[in-house]
Design a binder for this molecule. Structure first.
Ligand SMILES: [Zn+2]
Length: 136
């Protein structure tokens, strides 16, 4: 596999949470699960990185919400941005793609939890659709 090491900057709207990430970025996956809909206001677009590759410039407004027994979500308690999704015990952490400074040079590759999505929108892209999480 062609592994691309990048260095990208990411921040929330108010810059209370700001970071540089150095390393590999998983391509973007759109998640349509009901938890993402409720925390993001719509489906979520996430990359995934190793948590150890995050270098925070600021995290003074970063708060965590235990969204299930297996995962927590990181958000900014000032501007309300939905920033992270973290499965307990994993070295990887999902980062909302919209936090990353443009150009990201990342590509969206698939949709997950498609059959749990709300009925007010359709998935128009031709990307693969999966019932559950998959990183391929
Ligand atoms: Zn913020």
């Amino acid at each position: 596999m062609n592994k691309k090491i990048r260095s990208l900057t990411a921040s929330c709207l108010c810059n209370g949470v700001k970071m540089i990430i150095k390393g590999e970025f998983r391509p973007i996956i759109n998640c349509h699960c009901s938890q993402c809909l409720r925390t993001h206001g719509n489906f979520a677009s996430y990359t995934s990185i190793l948590e150890e590759n995050i270098f925070f410039k600021s995290k003074k407004t970063l708060k965590w919400f235990n969204s299930s027994s297996k995962a927590k979500r990181g958000f900014c308690n000032k501007c309300g941005a939905s920033i992270f999704f973290k499965r307990s015990g994993s070295r990887a952490i999902s980062l909302s793609a919209g936090m990353i400074k443009n150009p990201t040079k990342l590509k969206t590759v698939s949709n997950i939890f498609c059959y749990n999505k709300s009925d007010y929108y359709k998935i128009y892209d031709k990307l693969p659709k999966f019932k559950k999480y998959t990183n391929t």
